[in-house]
Design a protein around this ligand. Structure first.
Ligand code: CO
Length: 238
């Protein structure tokens, strides 16, 4: 595996339409493996093949609702993804690994159903809501040459970003306090499962935040982050 170079905003490849994957061969597997490594290294929430200069319809999304210590386990590969159902609407802040440091408010469906193939060509369907729905939409947009900056009419200012960071920090402190209390209860001999659950929520909120700070694709602040803090974070429609 190798880390690939992520193209940035002014690269023409980011505005092009990607072609369908037709060969589920070693070459595709190397691409997906490299994308996985690149995504983890960048601490992002999604990555599309055109972002590494390959104009093929393949994306990765990170599903934070999959509970695991290993980020590899949270990555879902979508080859030739097609959004076949959408419902509801959410508006929240979004960022992109190809446009570091820039965030804007983007409206997306609250829930989507996507049909895709895995790396072996097997077809499957996936439902995503909240942050996962946002990620699926954001990443499939990349395959059509659409970058989120063309979908927002409100870029977040430094002050707004700072306010969101403070809000996240307060929520983290709250969930840490809850985890602490639950931990004490567990130590006193009550059911231990509660403290584990709270702990996982705290970790989910933290990983969502660090991804946001690094300029992750489909970034989880504002209302999305609120949801992820409560539920241990949501995965993907980018
Ligand atoms: Co992006």
């Amino acid at each position: 595996m190798a880390i690939r170079n992520i193209l940035h905003g002014d690269d023409p490849a980011l505005r092009k339409h990607s072609r369908a994957v037709t060969d589920f061969n070693k070459r595709l597997h190397v691409l997906l493996d490299d994308m996985r490594e690149t995504l983890i290294e960048a601490n992002g929430l999604g990555l599309a093949a055109p972002q590494v200069g390959v104009l093929r319809r393949a994306v990765l999304i990170v599903d934070l609702s999959i509970e695991s210590e290993d980020p590899e386990d949270q990555i879902i590969e979508l080859v030739n993804p097609e959004i076949i159902e959408v419902s509801g609407e959410q508006t929240g802040s979004e960022g992109c690994l190809s446009i570091p440091g820039v965030y804007g408010l983007v409206s997306r469906p609250e829930e989507v159903k996507v049909r895709a193939q895995d790396r072996f060509g097997r077809t499957f369907a996936l439902r995503g809501k909240e942050l996962t729905a946002r990620a699926i939409c954001h990443e499939t947009d990349h395959l059509n040459g659409i970058v989120f900056t063309s979908l927002t009419d409100h870029f977040l200012t430094e002050e707004e970003l700072e306010a969101m960071r403070e809000e996240r920090e307060a929520k983290r402190a709250q969930s840490r306090a809850r985890a602490g209390e639950a931990g004490e209860q567990a130590a006193e001999g009550s059911e231990g499962s509660e403290s584990e659950d709270v702990e996982k929520v705290a970790e989910g909120a933290e990983s969502a935040e660090s991804a946001a700070d690094s300029g992750a694709d489909s970034e989880p602040s504002g209302t999305d982050n609120e949801a992820s803090g409560e539920r241990g974070a949501e995965p993907l429609c980018r």
